[in-house]
Design a protein around this ligand. Sequence first.
Ligand code: ADP
Ligand code: MG
Ligand code: MG
Length: 206
Amino acid sequence: MANVIAAIDALTEIILANKEKLTELDAAIGDADHGINMARGFEAVHAKLATAGSDDIGGVLKMSGMTLISTVGGAAGPLYGTAFIRMAAAAQGKTTIDTETAEAMFEAAIGGIKERGKAVRGEKTMLDALEPAYEAFSQGMAEGEDLLRCLELATDAAGKGVEYTKTIIATKGRASYLGERSLGHQDAGATSTYLMLAALTAFAKK
Ligand code: ADP
Ligand code: MG
Ligand code: MG
């Protein structure tokens, strides 16, 4: 995990590759823009980082978060943007991301999303992928697994979290307007969280 810009580019790539899919998921129970929003945001992040000139981990993450907040309309931009800014703080002064730092970044990201969005697990949001992912990561770490294995465990847990969103009613975000009609549908934000974790894991394997 030496090159944070390359890692963020891997996120951009997976978001762009899944732009339509994420938008379709949001069309079913939202306003059909999640893929469009995320693609716009990560394209802006990519452009900004291309001219950044520095690969200081904290600086890159902070710049990415601020760019997401300013370019992504909708709920997810400020939430993911806050997550990146909190991860920047957790990674401040680090030159590489070890397992302990990654865990602290994960925890900080979740804290930021919860503070900003006032949601908890079980409300059919990105937190239903991210929180179980964090728990699996922490458990792996406690069992002495290395960073890559912890990321794999986190990604698997996020994938299960995405499946779980199909079984619950949305009580936050636009999908909450639908009440019971949100049942059976997969949350778009939980899906983008899963995809980004999967991309990060694949990147870490390289
Ligand atoms: P919008 O709903 O404003 O169009 P997006 O479509 O880009 O924004 O993002 C929708 C996603 O944001 C949802 O699928 C959900 O995962 C997430 N989300 C919405 N509200 C919240 C919240 N309060 N806390 C956490 N995640 C949320
Ligand atoms: Mg939307
Ligand atoms: Mg919208």
